[in-house]
Design a protein around this ligand. Structure first.
Ligand code: GDD
Ligand code: MN
Length: 373
């Protein structure tokens, strides 16, 4: 049976935590027959005695765990909790959830079911059919949440996912959570770390599923979310984009160097009065060698190919994909000239930018330097 640990950070939640624990253990966990459900409260020594309430409840529920520590922010609390869930409790999946009932415990079952049906990452989403934000939220709070999400989805190219900042999610440990460097997530002392965690989880997950949640209003204490949190969230979104684009930028630079080598060598061999075809073939192959080498040690250094036999095999494949580009370019070029007339330079540019470069980038990512998972 799969072991699922809810990691629940709490700070001054004494008014909520006791009831939350009872509702989970007596009602919601009872509905889940196919998983071994645990709750781990990560309390930052709340002055209001939240930890004491949990300790008392531990006498009643054996699957209730408590981690205490200094207050270092929400991200740090989650990192501590998730590590404990993985390393000490040996969880198969963890759930991120708030203690203040804004995350209704009835959705735990939905998250768990999606996981048991094969999802690696399950997002409790407020912005899909059936999900919602509180009707009582003021317009500016709605606007911040809505536009913040839209901004993040656009910048990170995630059209299919609708809630990037939700705090209610399930993550499979094997292959997803255990592949994330939790200590180095961005903005760990704030809420913004959630977006970094989200983006990495989505990228590692083979199957991501959204389930609708109605985000509740808060009964006790006031929200810890603020303007600074919003600014930090948008900063994380932009930094993530930059990090993801780095590969693409390097790929472009390597391609440009390849072009310069190709042109330079072509002129050189022609000057030496090499036969025409030999000049072209040799200079093209030099560019291919340069592209392969530089991409291997720089662009795709995280997936670097090593060992002589692997290098030879991949280099031959690389030549093959390069010939693929040659074929595409020749066929498309000839067709375009035939149908649209004599505008070779423009056509070449269009084909290279819209077809050959995306083709190369795709082949490099998915065949030559395939991600090691
Ligand atoms: N241990 C610990 N340490 N817990 C904390 C800390 C901290 O520094 N800060 C907040 N928490 C706990 C709270 O006690 C609560 O259980 C949960 O984390 C969320 O804090 P809230 O203050 O209730 O946050 P919110 O309701 O404003 O924010 C919600 O919306 C965000 C954006 O949509 C949450 O669902 C967030 O998870 C979500 O990112
Ligand atoms: Mn809350």
């Amino acid at each position: 049976m799969k072991k699922i640990v809810i990691v629940m950070p709490s700070y001054n939640e004494a008014a909520n935590i006791g009831k939350m624990i009872d509702v989970l253990f007596e009602k919601e966990f009872q509905k889940i027959k196919d998983a071994d459900m645990h709750l781990l409260v990560v309390d930052d020594n709340s002055p209001d005695g939240t930890g004491e309430v949990v300790k008392r409840a531990q006498k009643k529920y054996k699957n209730l765990h408590l981690l205490t520590g200094e207050k270092q922010g929400l991200g740090m609390a989650y990192v501590r909790g998730m590590k404990y869930a993985m390393n000490t409790l040996h969880a198969d999946a963890t759930i991120e959830m708030d203690a203040d009932f804004q995350h209704n415990p009835i959705y735990v079952k939905d998250l768990v079911n999606a996981f048991l049906e094969g999802a690696d990452y399950v997002i409790g989403s407020r912005y899909v059919a059936g999900g919602s934000i509180p009707k009582t939220w003021a317009w500016h709070r709605r606007a911040v949440s809505f536009w913040g999400n839209l901004f993040a989805r656009t910048v990170l190219f995630l059209p299919k996912l609708h809630d990037v900042t939700t705090g209610f999610r399930l993550t499979k440990v094997k292959g997803v959570l255990d592949h994330i460097d939790l200590d180095h997530l961005m903005e760990l002392h704030r809420f913004a770390f959630k977006v970094d965690l989200f983006y990495q989880s989505v990228n590692l997950s083979k199957k991501t599923v959204e389930v609708p949640i109605a985000f509740g209003t808060r009964k006790e204490e006031k929200s810890k979310f603020s303007l600074m949190e919003m600014v930090a969230t948008n900063k994380v979104v932009l930094l993530l984009r930059l990090r993801a684009s780095q590969k693409l930028i390097k790929f472009g630079i390597v391609g440009f160097i390849g072009f310069v080598i190709n042109a330079g060598a072509l002129a050189f061999f022609s000057n030496l009065r090499f036969p025409e075809a030999a000049s072209w073939a040799l200079s093209t192959e030099l560019a291919i060698i340069s592209n392969f080498t530089l991409n291997n040690i720089w662009t795709f250094r995280a997936e670097k190919i090593e060992g002589l036999s692997q290098l030879i095999k991949k280099f031959l494949q690389f030549n093959l994909t390069s010939s693929g580009a040659l074929v595409i370019q020749t066929v498309l070029g000839a067709l375009m000239v035939r149908f649209f007339g004599d505008h070779r330079t423009i056509f070449l540019l269009i084909i290279v930018v819209f077809v050959v470069l995306p083709y190369n980038y795709f082949m490099y990512n998915y065949f030559i330097w395939k991600k090691k998972k």
